[in-house]
Design a protein around this ligand. Structure first.
Ligand code: SF4
Length: 456
């Protein structure tokens, strides 16, 4: 990586797991509008025979990893699980009632359990929640069920239950194997623990194992990243998400456990990613979109070639499934024409469901411009190019894209025509900057936002 270019384009920008991005949502749907959007998307899914997706958020974790940016509830009291499962099942029942699906089965293409720590639930509790959900669903022939698991609390029995309920993908939070880094971020787990879950999952027939790694953590060095990746390569996960650490101590107080002095600087942080990438590519992994790697045999790689790669709040997926019905505290649903997020406070979420209310707290109804730009930004994040030569793909803000990206074109990061933009391989590291040129809401609200630093 050209260090000068990295310095020049090292500006803060969204990760674009949605467009508009959450801080720019300004037209929340009412509960009825949200249900109507879901209905529309379900009707379309039925015509296209694509099935729907369900995301379930389980917020509980037994201990706090100090880098964490997720919506969590830290507790060792497992008495919270039973009532939470009842609330999730009740929320699902409220949706089925409002969607006119009582007595009918929802055709399910994707089910994802995220958190928090979904395996905070015991195997018996997982059986209860999955049994309660699947009783009202039928499997789409092309289903994919996935779950995030914490190697420290996941047992063979958990995996057996998941296998029985057709889960074939697991994602393990690894972050870094270096003991000093693990200690300062308060997440101590051994290579052996990770190896065991990986081997157990494979022996049970799971077909895809993902590892989440983070670069930019406190006390990380090139050497610690090399050691971590060396272990990862021997365990050979099918996919790897290699995320940059986001340091926001003013939002996440737990990040104050370490100081900025413990963190790698901007250049050092990028060097950690570059070294990780180099080692992963040498081991046969292919870089997918932004911050993701996959083996040639993994469906993310196939989806990249087949141009079906998709991106949503969970990161990259091998195809687009809509709608995503989100259950649980703080969970975000997506009906393509609108988003809705559940209440973030567990007690408020629970009370609303118990009052038979759809527990959304905010969301966004996409207007015509949003829908056009959403597709362009998705194209860039998944295909590294987009084109607006057809009148239906145009909206006035696009008239300014070429001018906004001219500096990036000069630096060889994008190739532009009057109605198209293609990100070059060198530009991949700056995908966010490219997408920012298409982000009308960001440009209007913060016109001073620059795609590159003026100081270099
Ligand atoms: S286990 Fe995961 S969700 Fe829970 S605190 Fe750690 S990083 Fe956050």
């Amino acid at each position: 990586m050209n260090v000068e270019l990295y310095r020049k384009y090292n500006v803060a920008g969204p990760r674009y797991t949605s467009y508009p991005t959450v801080p720019y949502w300004d037209l929340s749907p009412t509960a009825d509008e949200w249900v109507n959007s879901l209905k529309g998307a379900l009707d379309k899914a039925q015509i296209d025979n694509t099935g729907a997706a369900i995301y379930v958020h389980i917020p509980f974790c037994e201990s706090l990893c100090t880098y964490c940016g997720c919506n969590t509830r830290i507790t060792r009291n497992h008495g919270v699980s039973g009532p939470y499962i009842q609330t999730i099942l009740k929320e699902f029942s409220l949706y089925r009632e409002k969607l006119g699906m009582v007595g009918k089965k929802l055709k399910l293409s994707e089910l994802h359990f995220g958190g928090g720590t979904p395996t905070f639930f015991t195997p018996a509790e997982l059986t209860q929640i999955l049994g309660g959900l699947m009783e009202h669903c039928e499997l789409h022939p092309d289903y994919e069920f996935s779950i995030e698991v914490d190697p420290r609390v996941t047992s063979f029995e958990h995996l057996e239950v998941l296998k029985k309920f057709n889960f074939r993908r697991i994602s393990l939070g690894i972050q870094d194997f270096d003991p000093k880094v693990q200690d300062i971020v308060h997440r101590v787990q051994s290579v052996e623990q990770v190896r065991k879950i990986t081997d157990d999952a494979r022996s049970l027939g799971f077909t895809s194992v993902n590892y989440d790694l983070i670069y930019g953590l406190p006390l990380q060095t090139i050497n610690s990243v090399e050691q971590t990746i060396a272990h990862v390569i021997t365990l050979k996960p099918d996919r790897i998400a290699f995320y940059g650490y986001a340091h926001v101590p003013w939002i996440k107080a737990s990040q104050r456990r370490f100081t900025e002095a413990d963190l790698p600087s901007g250049d050092e942080k990028r060097a950690l990613y570059e070294r990780g990438r180099e080692l992963l590519e040498a081991a046969g992994y292919i870089e997918i979109g932004m911050d993701h790697f996959a083996l040639k045999t993994d469906s993310l790689t196939t989806a990249t070639h087949n141009k079906t790669l998709h991106r949503n709040f969970m990161g990259y997926t091998s195809r687009s499934v809509s709608p995503i019905l989100a259950l649980g505290v703080s969970a975000i649903g997506d009906a393509w024409t609108s988003f809705a997020q559940n209440e973030k406070l567990l007690e408020t979420y629970t009370s609303l469901v118990n009052e038979n209310k759809i527990p959304i707290m905010r969301g966004h109804l996409l207007n015509e411009e949003d829908l056009i730009l959403r597709q362009h930004i998705l194209n860039l994040m998944t295909k590294m190019k987009t084109d607006w030569s057809n009148p239906q793909d145009q909206t006035p803000i696009l008239d300014h894209v070429v001018e906004k990206l001219s500096e990036m074109q000069k630096d060889g990061l994008v190739k532009l025509t009057a109605t198209s933009c293609e990100v070059t391989e060198e530009g991949r590291a700056f995908l966010r900057n490219v997408c920012m040129a298409f982000d009308a809401r960001l440009i209007r609200k913060a016109p001073e936002t620059k795609l590159f630093s003026q100081t270099v």
